[in-house]
Design a protein around this ligand. Sequence first.
Ligand code: TRP
Length: 331
Amino acid sequence: METVVSGIRSTGNLHLGNYYGALQNFIKMQNEYNCFFFIADLHSLTTHPTPADLHSNVKQVLVEYLAAGIDPEKATIYVQSDVPEISELYLYLNMNAYLGELERATSFKDKVRANPDNVNAGLLTYPVLMAADIIIHKATKVPVGKDQEQHLEMARTFGNRFNRLYNHEYFPEPYAFNYSSNLVKIPGLDGKGKMGKSEGEGNAIFLCDTPEAIKKKVMRAVTDAGPTTENQTKPQEIQNLFDLMKVVSSADTVAHFDDLYNKMAIRYGDLKKQLTEDMIIATAPIRDRINAIAGDADYLRKVAAMGEEKARASASKTIREVREIIGFKKF
Ligand code: TRP
């Protein structure tokens, strides 16, 4: 069975875009592949979180992924820092990662531009750590978005370079992987592009949002003055609301409002009310589970310990072999 690895950054709450875009893929994959999903807390150190923030961010991600349906009996879900073998592989890979190629990474250049006062070596070698994350389990499939393509290419480069250096076909090549039919676009509420946590207050609906918060955000969503001719093409802000509706509402409901729009009889207030209602219903089970799991310290401890054990079993096997290939020997 092929191995899947994906890292989840512990920054901020999960929103509907994460859920319908990425998580539903993970939930499907856990039934079909040997899946490792981890919380990337080592990666988060590049921005120097306080110990309290670090821990609460990790917990939040763990709780929300479990609540959304990642099953610790099917997939291995673990905290990256619980598996020190990853850091060891990162060190070895760093010996064959070159300054020039690391400086050329788009994500590095973006981060330098955004935070010129914090250009640390961890930031520069982020793609090396990410490569270690993936190849430590000899994964071949990595469910990530388009923005991670370059990092995956670098992971292949570093793995291949190791293989070549030691003349040993050891690491397989990892590739981006998604069920193409599941690549639904989840727009935000600001009338522009996709839902995101950094696009400003009110743009994203979080899985942990209360019904009141959802209502407030949807009611404030950007709209226009209404259609001016029959059957006209919808402007983006209106199309966005329909796209969201397609995800959380029934086909009948979408058709009903589409019809009203085409007849120029739509009232956006009604559309938003319906959208709010259906969003609240669609997210209710997850919200309930988030609240239940967040208070269950025993369960969280058990899940994290189980994940750690399974991840370390896989990672330590790789590290044992890598040490041998490199030439480390006991006296
Ligand atoms: N870089 C990824 C992101 O920004 C997170 C990540 C870290 C990751 N390590 C990974 C994703 C390994 C897939 C596999 O979203």
